[in-house]
Unconditional design. Sequence first.
Length: 177
Amino acid sequence: MIAPIPFEDLEFVLLNAGHDLSGFHSSEPELDDFLKEDALVNQNNLISVTRLVLLKGVVVGYFTLVNDSIEVRAVEECDREESYHFRKYPAIKIARLATHSDYERFGIGRSMLRKIFAVSITLSHYIGCRIITVDSKHSAVDFYKKFSFKQAIRSPGETVPLYLDLKNALQRISPES
């Protein structure tokens, strides 16, 4: 068993032009290409925001977030808000999430989700943000499901649509529970 890297040892920073990304390699070349070729351009164009995860100055992971929505009918009945009368819930999407291949199985993915949850909770104090979505690669579905993501009620294609109801997740971990 590999000991996880403590969350407190990681630094989460906004991607900028000064970062050297040449040494980052994940198990998914398309995620590497996005980080090195498109992430900063998209960020500068207000399309997405990418945060790097640093361990002693080394890029060990990254995630990219975007605004999203999910159709109410794609969410399980138990996660729906009875008083909500619109077709879609506001959401934040994990557009990309990758761990450096040398740091897989050290808890980096878990730490990135922890940070994403914190960002989502903060945003929910300023804008509607009920759901976290991700179009997961088939190979990563089990990873997300470990953290209570559920498969959206629609057919998977090249990716598997998953979601997490932030309100219900917060109620499960709240001290009053």
